[in-house]
Design a protein around this ligand. Structure first.
Ligand code: ADP
Ligand code: MG
Ligand code: ZN
Length: 729
């Protein structure tokens, strides 16, 4: 019997994840229980895991039917890299290999077998299947069974037979299709009576949407690409000729762009697609012929240079951005002429009903382009979903209104002022915001402030945003600072009046609101070391090329960002990175931790900061620093040299020297650092800030002090404070 511990253990061991996302766990239990299901989740929602994980937990082999022949090899490589026995059978495989794979499956050596739908009608293949113990039938891209969908595959009709061959085997149909009609068709065509349907929101929270008036396509595209420099992008064009023209003009500007359209030979198309997915070309300029069969997880920008023919197409095509959950942008260049151009084709449709239908779909798309309200809401409502948020924080309309706007701050102001009153008007902003969000910090618990009615009453803003609110309330004269040693807050008479009265208060929209509104997946809010990220990316590229696999088979961007934030130098730390399971730890752990160690050494950075405030509890030791080099830093320090002088003397950077000093300090060594301390008044303010923030972490102090103080100055001051016993931690 499978338990919850088992599936969590499999999740960590093979996929390197700590927890399930969305409805994954529910779907997995349903499958393990033997029932049929239909899973409707937008692209990037993590559907694959819903069959890959049960496959590991059950006896027999899981069949995965997928039309994406070009992707099967990559998917199988990805699973193999996670230590999962997977194979595929499709027309690209020579007969000899097919026989070999079939033998492996018969022996029970394979857990997951990908098959192309057209296989199912081959008699030999059916004989092969009938001798197997099949644990699960997963039907990926299940909308291909529907004629109403945009990607109908007649071969998918064969799937009914599969169903009757294995009447007791659970079926899991998966699709990112948002239209109701197609959904109903899937259930009917696959005979999924009694199937449990799992639907999640079709909001792609990590995508932002924008529309610009089209003037000079080539310049507009170039400037968008410029902003996402070097990141993978897809540019959709109306005609074959346009893809060629735009690609050529981008190449002339030094962008490595490839054209892709149905007029190219099969080999040429394959090469363009391959170059894109292997990161040899960052930009693909394509007609809508390009898409099916692109599974690139890290596309950061999708541009439409002309109007799509329906909202469905638009959602589908923009959906190819940001599969990995990281922030990505979708831009439509709109001109009225493009509408007219589409109508020219619609007028030639003979069937009157179809013509009317096409016109209506186009009109809905035009409406999207001309909206003065939230575009995300329009998209979701189009697919029958409700969207209640006032503003989405991730479309051009909402962002523009935020820029001008104010928001009704009555409630938040009442909460904030109450928190100041309830904590006795004796604390600084850091403490008050901590109470409001329900922080478990020691000093808050020690003061008993977790007992207050205001504790944890703010759910929708983070501490940075609350700090901004407190600042605005000060500016409005509702809060003020107490005189005295520390900058603690008190409520003014005006503030008390406001608390008792009934008037409303508006404040300018928070600078930070934007980021919070579009809540993104894991990895988005992570602050990471961009330079280290680039080094890890280069390493990933090298490893992927050596093994002739796409980069994501080694690691996705999310994993790399976590590495660049937490700087793991040990196997233990490395396993904590999302996406690192046992197989990847064994295969890549050495290479990546070595790279991090080398980087840490060269830059003399302590492993914990400034980039990893939330990932690890307590400061990690900088493992990478060799004894001798730190010792010579100490000697020079004892001779009274400044950080810069030591750096010059030793031919290393000042940052490295500072890293050595911090690491010696944390190792408990007595150092002569008096001469490094900032001037007395500045030192006093830094010490005060550490007091207000209540921990020895740098980042909050640095934020608290504002731009007047540099990061390194605070680092030095912290060492001085520790050495003189005025700061702990
Ligand atoms: P879909 O097929 O729904 O488009 P995928 O199965 O390709 O989505 O998954 C999208 C991304 O989400 C992949 O990079 C995958 O590794 C990641 N992912 C899936 N499940 C989880 C999870 N539980 N925790 C973290 N990342 C996950
Ligand atoms: Mg998928
Ligand atoms: Zn919006």
């Amino acid at each position: 019997m499978t338990t919850s511990t088992d599936i969590h253990a499999l999740l960590k061991a093979h996929f390197g994840f700590e927890s399930f996302r969305g409805q994954q766990e529910a779907v997995i239990w349903r499958v393990l229980g033997g029932g049929d299901s239909l899973l409707l989740t937008p692209t990037g929602g993590g559907k694959s895991l819903c069959y890959q994980l049960p496959a590991l937990a059950m006896d027999g082999v899981t069949l995965v039917v997928s039309p994406l022949i070009a992707l099967m090899k990559d998917q199988v490589d990805g699973l193999s890299a996670n230590g999962i026995a997977a194979r595929f059978i499709n027309s690209t495989l020579p007969m000899r290999d097919i026989e070999r794979v079939q033998a492996e499956v018969r022996r029970g050596d394979v857990k997951i077998l990908y098959v192309a739908p057209e296989r199912l009608s081959a008699p030999g293949f059916q004989r092969f299947l009938s001798g197997l113990r099949v644990s699960l039938i997963a039907i990926d891209e299940a909308h291909c069974i529907s004629e109403w969908g945009h990607e109908f595959r007649p071969d998918y009709r064969n799937l009914r037979q599969l169903r009757s061959m294995f009447p007791r085997t659970p079926v899991l149909a998966l699709t990112a299709t948002a239209t109701e009609r197609v959904r109903r068709d899937i259930v009917e065509q696959l005979n999924l009576q009694g199937a449990e349907v799992f639907v999640s929101s079709f909001n792609r929270a990590n995508l932002s949407y924008g529309v610009r008036a089209k003037d000079n396509v080539e310049r507009q595209v170039a400037s968008l690409l410029e902003r996402w420099k070097g990141s993978p992008a897809i540019v959709y064009c109306f005609s074959r000729q346009e893809t060629e023209d735009v690609a050529a003009s981008l190449r002339a500007r030094g962008v490595d762009a490839r054209a892709y359209h149905a007029g190219l030979g099969a080999e040429e198309r394959r090469r363009a697609q391959d170059d894109f997915s292997r990161d040899r070309a960052a930009v693909i300029v394509a007609t809508i012929a390009f898409g099916m069969g692109v599974d690139k997880p890290d596309v950061r920008l999708v541009v439409h240079t002309s109007l799509p023919k329906s909202v469905e197409s638009y959602y589908q095509e923009t959906g190819r951005a940001g599969r990995d959950g990281l922030p990505s942008e979708c831009v439509l260049l709109f001109s009225y002429g493009d509408k007219v151009r589409q109508e020219f084709f619609i007028k030639r449709i003979e069937d009157e009903g179809e013509q009317g239908n096409a016109q209506e779909k186009l009109d809905q798309m035009v409406r999207f382009a001309q909206l003065h309200s939230c575009r995300r809401r329009y998209l979701l409502e189009y697919f029958g979903e409700r969207w209640d948020a006032e503003e989405c924080g991730g479309c051009d309309v909402c962002l523009a209104s935020e820029e001008r706007g104010e928001f009704d701050a009555t409630e938040i102001a009442q909460k904030a002022l109450s928190a100041v009153v309830r904590t006795g008007e004796r604390y600084g902003a850091a403490h008050v915001t901590g109470v409001l969000v329900g922080s478990r910090e020691k000093r808050i618990l020690a003061a008993g402030h977790d007992e207050l009615s205001v504790y944890g009453i703010v759910k929708d803003l983070d501490r940075g945003q609350l700090r901004e609110v407190l600042g605005l309330l000060q500016a409005r004269g509702l809060l003020a600072l107490n005189d005295g040693e520390y900058p603690t807050l008190r409520v003014t008479d005006a503030g008390r009046g406001f608390l008792q009265g009934r008037e409303r208060l508006s404040l300018p929209v928070l600078r930070t609101e934007r980021r919070a509104a579009a809540r993104l997946f894991d990895g988005e809010s992570l602050e990471y070391d961009a330079e280290l990220f680039e080094e890890l990316r280069a390493l990933r590229r090298r490893l992927a090329d050596e093994q002739d696999v796409p980069a994501f088979v080694v690691f996705g961007d999310v994993s790399l960002r976590h590495m660049a934030a937490s700087r793991p130098t040990t196997a233990e730390a490395f396993t904590r990175v999302p996406g690192v399971g046992q197989a990847k730890l064994a295969a890549y752990g050495g290479a990546f931790t070595d790279a991090v160690r080398r980087y840490v050494e060269e830059h003399g950075i302590a492993a914990e900061e400034p980039s990893a405030p939330s990932l690890f509890v307590g400061p990690a030791r900088a493992n990478g620093q060799r004894r001798s080099t730190r010792d010579s830093t100490r000697e020079l320090l004892a001779r009274g040299l400044s950080v810069e002088a030591i750096a010059r003397e030793r031919g290393i950077s000042a940052k490295t020297v500072l890293g050595h000093i911090e690491s010696l300090d944390r190792g408990g060594e007595a150092l002569e650092v008096g001469h490094l301390a900032p001037p007395a008044e500045r030192m006093r303010r830094i010490e005060e800030a550490f007091g207000v923030c209540g921990s020895a972490f740098l980042r909050p102090v640095w934020e608290y002090l504002g731009s007047e103080f540099g990061y390194d100055e605070i680092r030095v001051a912290r060492v001085c404070l520790r050495q003189s016993g005025r700061l702990e931690g």
